[in-house]
Design a protein around this ligand. Structure first.
Ligand SMILES: NC(=O)c1ccc[n+]([C@@H]2O[C@H](COP(=O)([O-])OP(=O)(O)OC[C@H]3O[C@@H](n4cnc5c(N)ncnc54)[C@H](OP(=O)(O)O)[C@@H]3O)[C@@H](O)[C@H]2O)c1
Length: 245
């Protein structure tokens, strides 16, 4: 029986939800978070209430603090965290407003930064942290400037954390998805036609010959969270079907 407890931020839909489902099937204890209460409720129903879920806005330090306190009271310590909550809103560089800049950085970078900082006291020795970044960090896509910056910032701290947190037995690795079919595209403000074109394009150019699905990413995240990957530090698993080659 696997008794490891894993937190997944943004575990209500897409990649986070697929990971929650996969980890439960591998007998992990799973805690998911999300900002939207209905999405948390729906996700827990779809997971047959085998997971525990909390509404927590990752961009608010007070929410993160309450989340950690609640998890500490209920579970004591945890064995890993998948820092996955994130947003993408398509906007050209010239059209990127201060509001979109702050929203994206506050969720994708600041939220991830302080989530990990506040979870450190309840992370076991050893434990594993997985950051969800993006191929956008090394492959240019139009209309993604602030999103790309938020993910590059997140990647940049992984190596520092691996040095600073090593004596606590905490290791940090990354998963870097390519274009993956999830609700993020619809939430991005892209039209249905633009989404279809995007998904078709990446299906065609990919050596995999189909789009990456959230279920493709889940076993890779599980590997990084498990002790199977214990010697890996600052490793970045690019999960894009080869589309950025
Ligand atoms: N899909 C791709 O092509 C792709 C590629 C590279 C990287 N990624 C990254 O993968 C991660 C997951 O995205 P996805 O594609 O699976 O999209 P998704 O289905 O939209 O999932 C995003 C998750 O993040 C949560 N979230 C958003 N804002 C939040 C906030 N302020 N506080 C707490 N939770 C919040 C959402 O919760 P709610 O239920 O409240 O909305 C949802 O559970 C993101 O970090 C994204 O940047 C995605």
């Amino acid at each position: 029986m696997n008794t490891k407890t894993i937190v997944i931020t943004g575990g209500t839909t897409g990649i986070g939800f697929a990971c929650a489902s996969y980890l439960l099937a591998q007998n992990y204890r799973v805690i998911i978070t999300g900002k939207n209460p209905d999405n948390v409720k729906n996700a827990l129903e779809q997971l047959n209430h085998q997971a525990v879920g909390y509404v927590s806005d990752t961009s608010k330090l007070s929410d993160i603090n309450t989340l950690v306190t609640t998890i500490k009271t209920t579970f004591g310590t945890i064995d890993g965290i998948f820092i996955n909550a994130g947003i993408f809103k398509a906007a050209s560089f010239e059209a990127t407003t201060e509001e979109l800049f702050d929203q994206t950085m506050n969720i994708n970078f600041k939220g991830a930064f302080f989530t990990l900082q506040q979870f450190i006291p309840i992370l076991n020795n050893p434990s594993s942290v997985v950051l969800n970044t993006s191929v956008a960090v090394f492959k240019a896509f139009a209309d993604t400037s602030v999103y790309t910056a938020s993910k590059a910032a997140l990647e940049s701290i992984a190596q520092v954390l691996n040095i600073e947190l090593a004596n606590k037995g905490i290791r940090v690795n990354m998963v870097s998805p390519g274009v993956t079919k999830t609700p993020i595209q619809k939430k991005s403000g892209m039209s249905d036609e633009a989404i279809t074109n995007l998904l078709n394009h990446f299906s065609e150019v990919s050596p995999l010959k189909r789009i990456v699905e959230p279920q493709d990413i889940a076993p890779i995240v599980e590997f990084l969270l498990s002790e199977k990957s214990i010697p890996l530090r600052n490793e970045k698993m690019i999960v894009d079907g080869g589309s950025t080659l």
